[in-house]
Design a protein around this ligand. Structure first.
Ligand SMILES: [Zn+2]
Length: 100
């Protein structure tokens, strides 16, 4: 059974994965010059075989995470239905062959 989260989170689906982009901005006076690079959250996703990156604000991350989860749940559900469709078809074909 699916747990229904009782929240205002809408059923937005997002396919892809959350990544962290690290870069040095190039300013010699910035702390990233010889320290930790800047870390920016981003969504990596592919469309027609091409990987794309959408940079995010930190505040977007929880929403994106939820939408990624929603996608996984929906995809698993769809996969289950597809497999059961194949099973049903297999049974039908086997029965038809047997009765022929
Ligand atoms: Zn910097």
């Amino acid at each position: 059974m699916q747990k229904q989260s009782s929240g205002a989170v809408s059923e937005v689906l997002i396919r892809g994965s959350l990544i962290t982009l690290k870069r040095k901005c190039g300013k010699p006076t910035c702390s990233c010059a010889d320290g930790e690079p800047h870390a920016t959250p981003a969504l990596s996703y592919s469309v027609k075989g091409k990987t794309r990156i959408l940079t995010l604000r930190s505040s977007d991350v929880p929403t994106i995470r939820q939408a990624l989860h929603n996608y996984k749940v929906a995809a698993a559900e769809l996969e289950k239905k597809a497999i059961s469709g194949i099973r049903r078809t297999t049974v039908n074909i086997m029965n038809a062959k047997r009765d022929a």
